[in-house]
Ligand binder design. Sequence first.
Ligand code: F0G
Length: 360
Amino acid sequence: MPAGTVAAWRGVVEEFRGDLSLPAGAPAVSLREGNTPLVPALRAGRGADLYFKIEGQNPTGSFKDRGMAVAVSGALADGARFLVCASTGNTSASAAAYAARAGLPALLAVPAGEGAVAKGKLAQALAFGARLVLVRGNFDQALAAVRALATARPDAALVNSVNPLRLEGQKTGAFEVVQQLGDAPQWLCIPVGNAGNISAYWRGFCEYRQAGRSTRVPRLVGAQAAGAAPLVSGQWVDRPETVASAIRIGRPASAHLARAAVAEADGRFLAVADAAILEAYRFLAREEGIFCEPASAASLAGFWAAQRQGLIRQGEQVVCILTGSGLKDPDRAVAEGDPPLEAEATPEALLGALPRALCD
Ligand code: F0G
């Protein structure tokens, strides 16, 4: 092997194989996912010791790649002939990429309708050559359909997070947080949609503590959008609504796992209003220099809500998982930004666009 490549990050299957329940001898399908930065907050902490785990830096721009690498590795070991999933956009983008990598076709079911799936995510699915189906229904209905399809077709690999290998892969996010901080944080704040990721993180933290690699596990804050918050209300939501389309989910498939995790962790599910999500989204970009998608900003909104409620105290160590890249949803970024100006190509005209405070 040429010098300089020996220490290169190999992706979650090879880096963590000993800690994953993946069939022995399964090939590693990888785009070198994982190993994402943990960035200290400069201004968002408001007295807490806050960090952001930037999952948008995964190969397709979301945390789904961790789980998809493991699920698709398992699918190849099983001899699956195609991948199938329902999605609000990120799972489908990731499935499409790893399908291409594995040389398998992918069938993706996403909700139809304006704003149902962010444009960048649709672009990814198409670019990777997947078969994209716009389903007349919401995510929950699309998931029910692909689950039934996968039962009828044993040669299909269902790669939603009801596939246990998805959670196996996603727990590596917790492993990395422990490695990066030297221990588990006191709190983990994470957006909750279908409720797989919070369950996966909890499993990862518990396994590392059990193995003696950390001294503690974090308390959990699971942030749901107020219009799609079945785990806060205790009632399924038939028509989930939120600006954060990634977590517009009314019947989370892993609700049982997430409830158990939050109970064991002495945590809370908190509902955050769309206005609070967008405030966090803008703050992250403008005050921290971090561009994530709206659903990801729900974790910061959830952290602030927990702080206001006195749940998270001054000086405590907190990690917010920023699950996906802001580039996924260009329409939202444009809608939230100041409108661009148009000017002649002269220095005088450009200087005229400077904020007032810089004019003299
Ligand atoms: N953040 C982002 C950016 C997501 O795309 C999702 C889920 C979540 C948070 C919530 O994670 O479902 O494990 O509770 N997106 C799925 C999808 C549903 O189809 O891409 P969860």
